[in-house]
Design a protein around this ligand. Structure first.
Ligand code: S3P
Length: 179
């Protein structure tokens, strides 16, 4: 069986801090393994007809978090999908139990320095706006670390690795978990 023939009968939820590569890895999982991708942030933006910063500003973070939970509930019926979550999605226990019920949860990690580099100059992350520095990211990571790790079936480091290497590791390890 070739690499591309591996079939996944469950979902893979990619979680992790902003800038850990969830969207990049989800897209690569589509390219390498033909998995359908659901990009939670983009889908929410499309449906609401506004950007994430606009949703935060107009309706507040809690409202955005409720949209994430509703979307996860909706996705429960799917199979063979890579769900690229928002960085805050696994912070709600309810979200984690939904993700774990229908698939495997993979935590992507990166050093604060890499995160800073990857989030770059764009302004689409309200929680980092005005706080684009290593010490803020470090602090926020520290606050979230335990909850991220508790949610994860598998933890995959991304620093200094290609997206293909990361995808292959995810598939290999996730299939092992299912045994
Ligand atoms: C958030 C991460 C963002 C987005 C929102 C909140 C967070 O997603 O959902 O800005 O709380 O970490 P990305 O991780 O895709 O940037």
């Amino acid at each position: 069986m070739g690499e591309n023939d591996k079939k996944i009968s469950f979902n893979i939820a990619l979680i992790g801090f902003m800038g850990t590569g969830k969207s990049t890895i989800a897209a690569c999982m589509h390219t390498l393994y033909g998995m359908e991708v659901v990009e939670m942030d983009s889908l929410i933006e499309k449906r609401e007809g506004m950007s994430i910063p606009e949703i935060f500003e107009k309706y507040g973070e809690e409202h955005f978090r409720n949209l994430e939970t509703s979307l996860l509930i909706e996705l429960q019926g799917k199979k063979n999908v890579v769900i690229s979550c928002g960085g805050g999605t696994p912070l709600r226990k309810k979200n984690v139990s939904i993700m774990r019920k229908t698939g495997k949860v993979v935590l992507l990690t990166a050093k604060p320095e890499s995160i800073l580099e990857r989030v770059g100059e764009n302004h689409d992350r309200p929680l980092l706006e005005g706080n684009k520095n290593v010490s803020f990211i470090e602090e926020m990571l520290k606050k979230r670390k335990d909850r991220y790790e508790a949610a994860a079936d598998l933890i995959v480091a991304t620093d200094g690795r290609t997206k293909e290497e990361i995808c292959d590791e995810i598939i290999e390890k996730v299939l092992e978990l299912k045994r």
